[in-house]
Write a protein that binds this ligand. Structure first.
Ligand SMILES: NC(=O)c1ccc[n+]([C@@H]2O[C@H](COP(=O)([O-])OP(=O)(O)OC[C@H]3O[C@@H](n4cnc5c(N)ncnc54)[C@H](O)[C@@H]3O)[C@@H](O)[C@H]2O)c1
Length: 390
């Protein structure tokens, strides 16, 4: 059985988490690391015993001849670096979101098709143990026919939350609901419908966004509809985050730390306080054997599922479950949400105009691109307060 050679581009937080699972998986081997910052490169290289260290990605790929290159870098670099890596004709995995607009995601998919290689987007929650638990219950028919999906973020500034967390939630929504056919959305800033002046560059380089509260209604295939909330809270709250599947005979609730089944479609907590039943998380085969294998670090089970799926997908010559096509569709939905909120109309997907809708909206209002904003969340929010005259 082939062992897949993996090189990593970016050795900070996500790069470290990703490198650990490729190192731990019995069918993958980390053959090279690349970062512009020497200390990060050496720290990760020393931890995993990888001697092949580079500050130039092309050199890394030429010398180490990987099958897969992982690209855990800042969002604005996902598509530009993916395009550079794809020139070498290797499979890639890129962090989420796949690109900052549809021009970027289209360019990546076109290049991958030209080179005959796979693109995966690191949406590990779509495969994590809690998602596997609700998937299994769903497949077993525990909620009957799916009719509606609810999902919410954890309180980031709305438009930013859409790019940061919404991308994870949306890929799970389409896993169960099928492709999204249309989007109707409302975005407000301080309770007022957004205007072109509310369009801003998001924190952490997450592209152009608008609205501190974004509410979207989504229409999926097979008569399934959904709601996605990305509402800013004064304080982030992980409890708010989750995804719920409403079926004709029951409901399934996913949270990063748990999965539950309600064996009735409608129930008030007063009917039966124990009505929700906890589901057993489902880990990837072999995860229990490697979970303690990193002496000073943690192996994230969802990341391990993601790597395990890449191995199976490449063995079988098929796309990863978190494929580039799915990642691009997620960006289509996000751009559709921004377009619908800006223009006050339903947007059918996939959209023919691939430009960023909020930048188009500003241009049509006689405005140029928005002024730069700070990159860190706290500084960004302070600047936004000043902008709004607080
Ligand atoms: N999937 C998830 O659940 C999840 C969670 C958190 C963050 N993320 C995403 O992961 C990504 C990376 O996050 P992070 O905090 O590790 O990022 P980061 O941007 O702080 O680190 C990226 C690293 O890549 C290096 N780098 C950038 N350009 C390079 C180049 N041309 N050649 C070599 N090295 C280069 C940088 O020096 C840096 O060390 C972000 O896009 C973020 O949105 C995903």
């Amino acid at each position: 059985m082939k062992t897949y050679r993996v090189a990593l581009l970016g050795c900070r937080s996500r790069g470290t988490a990703t490198a650990r699972v490729y190192h731990a998986h019995p069918r993958t081997q980390v053959v090279g690391l690349c970062d512009l910052i020497e200390d990060r490169l050496n720290k990760l290289g020393d931890e995993l015993g990888v001697a092949a260290r580079f500050d130039d990605l092309d050199e890394m790929i030429r010398q180490t001849e990987p099958d897969i290159v992982a690209i855990p870098t800042a969002p604005s670099l996902h598509a530009p670096l993916a395009l550079r890596v794809l020139e070498h004709g290797v499979h890639i995995e890129v962090e989420k979101p796949m690109g900052l607009d549809l021009l970027e995601t289209d360019a990546v998919m076109e290049k991958a098709a030209q080179k005959g290689v796979q693109v995966a987007v690191h949406h590990q929650w779509r495969l994590s143990a809690q998602t596997q638990a609700i998937s299994r219950a769903f497949r077993e028919g525990k909620i009957g026919e799916l009719r509606y999906i609810y999902a919410s973020g954890k309180g980031y500034y709305g438009g930013f939350g859409l790019m940061e967390i919404g991308t994870h939630l949306l890929t799970s929504m389409i896993k169960f609901g099928g492709p999204c056919r249309s989007v109707s959305a409302v975005a407000t800033t301080r309770g007022q419908s957004v205007t072109p002046e509310h369009v801003l560059p998001a924190p952490r380089g997450n592209g152009t966004v608008a609205g501190d509260r974004v509410t979207a209604t989504l229409q999926f295939d097979n008569g399934v509809t959904g709601t996605l909330l990305q509402h800013r809270f004064d304080k982030l709250n992980l409890n708010a985050m989750g995804l719920e599947l409403y079926g004709t005979e029951g409901r399934l609730l996913w949270h990063p730390h748990g999965a539950w089944w309600l064996p009735h479609p409608h129930a008030l907590p007063v009917d039966d306080l124990n009505a929700w039943q906890k589901l057993e998380p489902l880990y990837a085969d072999g995860f229990d054997q490697v979970v303690g294998s990193i002496p000073n670090g943690e192996l994230v089970e969802g990341d391990y599922w993601f790597v395990d799926e890449y191995v199976r997908a490449l063995d079988e010559g098929r796309p990863h479950e978190c494929s580039g096509a799915e990642g691009r569709h997620v960006v289509e939905i996000i751009m559709g949400i921004f377009e619908s909120a800006a223009y006050g109309k339903r947007v059918d997907l996939p959209q023919a105009d691939r430009q960023h809708p909020l930048l188009r909206w500003r241009r049509e209002a006689g405005l140029g691109g928005p002024e730069p904003m700070p990159m860190t969340d706290a500084e960004w929010l302070e600047e936004e307060k000043k902008r709004l005259g607080d």
